[in-house]
Design a protein around this ligand. Structure first.
Ligand SMILES: CC(=O)N[C@H]1[C@@H](OP(=O)(O)OP(=O)(O)OC[C@H]2O[C@@H](n3ccc(=O)[nH]c3=O)[C@H](O)[C@@H]2O)O[C@H](CO)[C@@H](O)[C@@H]1O[C@H](C)C(=O)N[C@@H](C)C(=O)N[C@H](CCC(=O)O)C(=O)O
Length: 481
């Protein structure tokens, strides 16, 4: 592509790609000098040029410019990069119906429900914590919301593969770093807002402000904002929305409301009330918070023109979202649930559900830790929640990074007053212990890692068999199933 297509008044040289990491720059790339938390991209200009950069986009004064290199000074390099990415990859998001999902918990589930219902009707891709998926392609992501360059390139691949829609998880990091600034969403979906990511945002207000960007700035004016009417932040968010607001809920009157909810640990049934009419819905999803997730997806799909009857018909066969309230059934006589819960609200909801499916005199056994270098304050709260809901707690490693897992466990223990608890650093061994101790009618909760098949330790990302695989193996080996 011609550089002049990306920047007005730039020379008409051809550029081969865009890059913000000097180590990955290739011949004739444009290098963007991003300010980071650790480094400043301006410090790597020489290495970017050595690797072949033909153009450097910067915001700071540059003393020694090199011949043959085009320097473009902008006020905000990140924003320039986001807009260039959109143009370079052919504005792919304008060619699909874009569903953006944000909120503390439930993003992956809502996105996957949307994709599973929509894909057979019109091809729909997914980008989020669990995968990047479209057609037969499935890639493992590094981030929930990828950086703008990778994101736009994948959206472009989706368009080329015939996708007509994309369900994209939009994290608060992604919003505050402008990763989705090159996208105008047709639908902006809000799941819920609770405590998370204070290490990055500093305060809950900043965290909320980041989330609200999707509804204020990134949704098209002719689009729609789908909001959870039962969330305490509903009114505040509704007042900020730049497009019409449609609501869903259970407790309060809402445009899409579930009433008469009945559920067991296999399935749920409710009446969906929409415009005064009641529609019976059967779904294989369980737990109240998944009814909220389902309502968000139903509202989003219906508001973009999919017939309600078709949506409802698909609700009974929603594929299990890996690592999200995933029930492991290997013929054992106790329940096992693998869940990604890693916020106080997430833990509470899955523990409440765990309690509800545990035999009256049975034990709720939880295996979890807390991530190193992330939100230290939530550790004690995790302990308090487990103390309230569980009968036996096995503390183990999560993603300790360069913290000592034993020290993290000690901080969780500060919240545990009464419940029997032990610390087993090795996650596999902790899961084995839980399986060995479970009795008929008990429930084991394996929390925090979800579907992840890696653990971040001191030396970086190490392979991990995955909670779902570990527990299956243990059930077969140690319980003879
Ligand atoms: C905390 C955070 O968001 N960090 C982001 C930040 O990295 P950073 O500030 O550490 O960057 P840096 O290392 O200081 O480098 C600054 C710049 O110099 C460049 N550089 C650096 C070294 C070099 O030799 N050459 C070079 O060009 C880097 O490529 C970068 O452009 O800026 C980078 C460039 O935009 C991001 O890739 C990076 O995301 C990292 C990978 C990350 O882990 N982010 C996580 C926390 C995240 O975004 N998570 C969310 C939420 C998930 C959830 O909901 O749980 C997600 O969407 O996944």
């Amino acid at each position: 592509m011609r550089l002049s297509k990306l920047f007005k008044n730039a020379p008409t040289v051809n550029v081969s790609g865009l890059c913000f990491d000097s180590r990955k720059v290739k011949k004739d790339n444009v290098y963007f000098c991003l300010p980071g938390l650790t480094f400043d991209g301006h410090d790597f200009i020489d290495s970017a040029i050595e690797n072949g950069a033909i153009c450097v986009v910067h915001s700071k004064e540059i003393q020694h410019k090199k011949d043959g290199v085009i320097y473009i000074r902008v006020h905000d390099v990140n924003e320039a990069m986001n807009q260039c990415a959109r143009i370079f990859y052919g504005k792919p998001s304008d060619k699909m119906t874009m569903y953006g999902i944000t909120g503390t918990n439930g993003k992956s589930t809502v996105a996957n429900i949307i994709r599973s219902i929509l894909d057979p009707i019109e091809p729909c891709g997914y980008i989020g914590t669990i995968a990047i998926e479209y057609g037969d392609v499935k890639l493992m992501p590094d981030l929930t919301t990828p950086d703008a360059l990778f994101l736009q390139s994948k959206l472009s691949d989706m368009v080329n593969a015939g996708m007509k829609a994309c369900a994209l998880e939009v994290s608060s990091h992604g919003l505050s770093q402008g990763r989705v600034n090159g996208i105008n969403f047709n639908v902006a979906i809000f799941t819920n807002f609770t405590y998370d990511h204070l290490d990055f945002h500093g305060t809950l207000e900043n965290y909320f402000d980041a989330k609200s960007i999707l509804f204020k700035d990134r949704v098209r004016s002719d689009g729609v904002c789908i909001l959870n009417k039962d969330d305490p932040k509903y009114a505040e968010l509704a007042a900020l929305c730049a497009a019409r607001v449609v609501t869903y809920g259970i407790e309060n009157e809402a445009d899409y409301r579930a009433i008469h909810i009945q559920m067991n640990n296999e399935a749920s049934h409710f009446d969906l009330v929409y415009q005064g009419k009641s529609y019976p819905v059967m779904t294989n999803l369980v737990a109240t918070y998944n009814i909220y997730n389902l309502l968000a997806a139903i509202a989003a799909l219906h508001e973009t023109g999919i017939e309600l009857e078709k949506i409802i018909a698909a609700c009974c066969q929603i594929p299990q979202v890996q690592g999200r309230l995933e029930q492991i059934k290997e013929g054992q006589d106790f329940n096992v649930i693998v869940d990604f819960a890693h916020t106080p609200d997430g833990l509470q909801k899955v523990m409440e559900f765990g309690r509800s499916i545990t035999k009256e005199d049975g034990n709720l056994i939880a295996v979890f830790g807390s991530a190193g270098k992330r939100d230290v304050a939530k550790r004690k709260v995790f302990g308090e929640l487990a103390d309230k809901y569980c009968d036996f707690i096995i503390l183990t490693e999560d993603d300790p990074r360069d913290e000592d897992p034993k020290e993290i466990a000690a901080q969780i223990k500060e919240g545990i007053q009464e419940t029997t608890n032990i610390f087993i650093e090795d996650r596999y061994e902790a899961i084995r212990q839980a399986v060995e101790s479970a009795k008929t009618g008990d429930t084991i909760l394996l929390l925090g890692k979800g579907d992840e098949v890696f653990i971040y330790r001191e030396n970086g990302r190490a392979p991990w068999v995955g909670d779902h695989m570990a527990v299956r193996e243990c059930i077969h080996k140690y319980r003879g199933q």
